[in-house]
Design a protein around this ligand. Sequence first.
Ligand SMILES: *[C@@H]1O[C@H](CO)[C@@H](O)[C@H](O)[C@H]1NC(C)=O
Ligand SMILES: *[C@@H]1O[C@H](CO)[C@@H](O)[C@H](O)[C@H]1NC(C)=O
Length: 375
Amino acid sequence: MAYVLIFSRHFPFSHRLRGTSICLLSLFISFLCYCALFPGAAVMQKSGDPTPSCLQADGVKLRLQKSLSCLHPLDAQRSSAAGEAPQPQTDQRRPAAAAALTARDNTPSPPMSHLKFGNKKLPNAIIVGVKKGGTRAVLEFIRIHPDVRAAGTETHFFDRNYDRGLEWYRGLMPRTLESQITMEKTPSYFVTKETPHRISAMSQETKLIVVVRDPVTRAISDYTQTLSKTPDLPSFQDLAFKNQSLGIVDMSWNAIRIGLYALHLENWLRYFPLAQIHFVSGERLITDPAGELARVQDFLGLKRIVTDKHFYFNRTKGFPCLKKPESSGSPRCLGKSKGRTHVQIDRDAIEQLRDFYRPYNVKFYEMVGHDFRWE
Ligand SMILES: *[C@@H]1O[C@H](CO)[C@@H](O)[C@H](O)[C@H]1NC(C)=O
Ligand SMILES: *[C@@H]1O[C@H](CO)[C@@H](O)[C@H](O)[C@H]1NC(C)=O
């Protein structure tokens, strides 16, 4: 445009006709150049389509910088905060991304609620288990990633709500841009017999994430949670053993049954190849959240944007927390119920349970090709 103005200034009023035709010619040449440089943007402007179709093409990053009009404000904010240099990019993204995390949690939030960008898609990736393994933490950590959007609550679609149909399920999902991954988490899926078949019927491409943790500590954590809601619960030992002096474990008790990972996994492997299932170590998620998140991002085919810069360790809680977004006041740790102190179980019972789980654990290590070192 500047070029056009400067050009036309050289021609005074008396040459108006010639000036006008040169002006038009310049405009036309400018338009051709513009089209050659940004074909997607030009098409979008012409069709006047408000949906961000320009994101589907290659060279997304270039166009993100050049035509922010096709993004919703959150992403625009992100990419403008991202700057040009690749290294500080992740660093500068953090506040916006972390703010987005908070915004998504308290639905409906004013800046997001009126936006109708993108479409609701069935999930590409599901965190299917396990209860008390750290599934909430994985979801909260991975959704910092700008290319991930997740349903806020556990949908229980494939176990309890399957008869409501896929369109009901889709309705629970957040709107996403074409380039974003849709996720949900429902930890009971991993131990529900019908779930693998049902998920594969939705899409055989679905990526599955299982957060696993030492089955003994998992069972105690599970019991602790139930006890907090049901104070007159029988003792852990009474529920875990059919006969403790004989060391006979009650495998039908859910808190015990969930930890038989090898048995549940067998069921999944009838419908999904192992390569499509990623296992997160619940232990390492606490000691090295960034390392575990790097592997999750690789598995999902995402750039490693969630890094150790996003976490700090809260010693009181014994848990990693997300650093605070600049806009809001407090840092984000998981709820009070997460990382709570477990009830004390006597050493004998724990040893008996370790013996009980050992063969199942070994089998599980062999199946997944990874030793989780639950002693
Ligand atoms: C456990 O087994 C022992 C030995 O057979 C038996 O004496 C005891 O009564 C059993 N306890 C329970 C609670 O069944
Ligand atoms: C750490 O966790 C404790 C207990 O949940 C909480 O009271 C405290 O504010 C947290 N500290 C930081 C720095 O996050």
